[in-house]
Design a protein. Structure first.
Length: 95
């Protein structure tokens, strides 16, 4: 079975999942996908973001701060937020 994502995209999405878990968030949101893109070496999206001076540590700090104080119950297998699903569907259509 062929994956609908490239190897680098799969790595970025796995990193997004890890970021959601590491920051104690129930779902993988667009902010986690952004972090996944920034932390995945060799990807075009990450290179473009870095070229536009998007700093991964600042984004991580911001993501941590916006959720600060929210209680979270981690699920066994977190899913994507509706917005993140929409982003992934749009990306698939554009590819």
């Amino acid at each position: 079975m062929q994956s609908r994502y490239t190897t680098l995209a799969q790595k970025a999405l796995l990193c997004a999942k890890d970021m959601a878990h590491d920051t104690s968030h129930n779902e993988i949101g667009s902010e986690h996908i952004l972090l996944g893109l920034l932390y995945t070496e060799g990807g075009v999206a990450g290179a473009v973001l870095k070229n536009h001076e998007v700093d991964k540590m600042k984004v991580l700090k911001f993501v941590t701060e916006i959720y600060n104080g929210e209680e979270s119950n981690l699920k066994e297998r977190p899913g994507y937020t509706p917005k993140a699903e929409q982003i992934l569907n749009n990306a698939q259509e554009e590819s």
